[in-house]
Design a binder for this molecule. Structure first.
Ligand SMILES: *Cc1c(COP(=O)(O)O)cnc(C)c1O
Length: 426
């Protein structure tokens, strides 16, 4: 198909994330992707190839078209691409679940496989609410979270997204009303820890769970916080009979420097969600893990089952590639790569702090963030990055990058130059 024909059809018929209909700006057409490079169907700003600074939203940690991951999908494809999971099971899903239990914090034992991060969060919320219902405390059905979070776009996840970013005003009267506390400060402050404790105590009778993104808040604002707050949450939740949910959909599989962000605090949640990098960016899959305590609670109930069952639950292709991606990650010195990228981002982004209009530059693991003091001109910033040969997707006042772990030093320097160009233009 010719590029202009494709774009005309795209504009007329295809929704894109958070986009208007019909589309108002033409997306770039990607013809193929390999390693850390996206190959464009037609050159843009003089570039026919872009280095991917986004890992396709945290997911393509090993880069594109990886021979090991390709092989995992092809091998599974010849056996079966899918069978229903009700009444049937298969080796890829069982091995994946066992593997997830093995690598996640200790008391997490049971795994619910679903098809996207938002659904994994829905399942987490359902698990918590049903646990309390089943053990005779049905009044515990609200969630507490801190501002600045992002947990997905379906209804329960939206209700715990940052009220501004989550468009709570648009949905007032429709969204569940949850308990919000201020966003966590970067460094540990005892007064904020006290606020967490007192709010959990005050609402304990109506709280099913506290849900947060540990260490790094992603799409809600790209904010970082001291892992010590996770310990405060764990202790307060234990004291007041509230479950603790960690949404590690963005932070999981090494991104922050530890395999899971929870590891930085030595804290285990009762329920944990993973997604995004789970399949190395190959297929849509997510998982919700819980402890035996949560599962046993549900099993005691009047309805002793977890009433959730997606059509494509445990999809064999996705399970097979997820297993291969985890094995590939653990077989590499991934922590060294993440450290190397962290150092490269620190060095490469430091000069950006001197640009006019730049409020903050921060790095955590293989995540680099530039925050402006104004709303970004997204089209101009994106164009400038593309001109520098880099794919970035800025939003609000933020230009950020989380490169694939396999990004080499030269490409990493170019990503930093792309961020610099975007910050200067936006
Ligand atoms: C992306 C994300 C989600 C939602 O995942 P989808 O697969 O887009 O539904 C939930 N929580 C966090 C922390 C995320 O980064």
């Amino acid at each position: 198909m010719r590029n202009d024909e494709l774009l005309a059809l795209d504009r007329a018929h295809v929704w894109h994330p958070y986009g208007p209909m019909p589309g108002r700006t033409d997306p770039l057409v990607v013809a193929s992707a390999s390693g850390v490079r996206l190959r464009l169907a037609e050159p843009a700003e003089g570039r026919d190839e872009l280095i991917d600074g986004m890992s396709s939203w945290w997911s393509a940690i090993h880069g594109y078209n990886h021979p090991v991951l390709n092989e995992a999908v092809k091998g599974q494809l010849d056996r079966m691409s899918h069978v229903m999971f009700g009444g049937l099971t298969h080796e890829p899903a069982v091995r994946l679940a066992a593997r997830l239990v093995e690598i996640t914090p200790e008391p997490l034992r049971h795994v619910f496989l679903s098809d996207s991060g938002s659904v994994a969060v829905e399942v987490a919320v359902k698990m918590c609410l049903q646990h309390w219902r089943s053990v005779g405390r049905p009044g515990k059905q609200r969630l507490l979270t801190w501002r600045g979070g992002y947990h997905g776009d379906t209804w329960q996840p939206m209700s715990v997204c940052d009220p501004q970013g989550g468009m709570h005003e648009l949905w007032s009267g429709v969204l569940q009303r949850q308990v919000f506390v201020d966003a966590p400060p970067v460094a540990y402050e005892e007064s904020y820890a006290e606020l967490l404790r007192s709010e959990i105590a005050r609402h304990a009778d109506e709280l099913a769970a506290v849900i947060v993104e540990p260490v790094v808040q992603g799409a809600g604002g790209m904010r970082f916080h001291d892992p010590a707050y996770l310990k405060v949450l764990r202790e307060a939740c234990d004291e007041h009979d509230v479950l603790l949910v960690f949404d590690e959909i963005a932070t999981g599989f090494g991104r922050t420097g530890t395999l899971f962000a929870a590891d930085q605090a030595g804290v285990s949640p009762d329920v944990m969600c993973v997604g995004k990098a789970l399949t190395g960016g190959y297929l849509s899959m997510a998982a919700t893990l819980c402890t035996s305590r949560v599962a046993d609670g549900i099993s005691q109930g009047e309805v002793p089952v977890l009433a959730h069952g997606p059509t494509f639950m445990g999809n064999p292709l996705a399970s097979a590639v997820a297993l291969a991606s985890i094995d590939l990650l653990l077989s590499r010195d991934w922590a060294v790569d993440v450290k190397r990228i962290e150092a490269g981002l620190r060095e490469g982004l430091a000069p950006v702090a001197g640009l006019p209009g730049v409020k903050d530059v921060r790095v955590c693991g293989a995540i680099g963030v530039v925050q402006l003091d104004h709303a970004i001109d997204m089209a101009a910033a994106t164009r400038a990055a593309v001109g520098a040969g880099v794919w970035l997707r800025p939003f609000r006042d933020l230009i950020y990058t989380m490169p694939p772990y396999v990004t080499g030093d030269e490409d990493l320097a170019r990503i930093c130059a792309g961020v610099h160009a975007a910050a200067a233009a936006g």
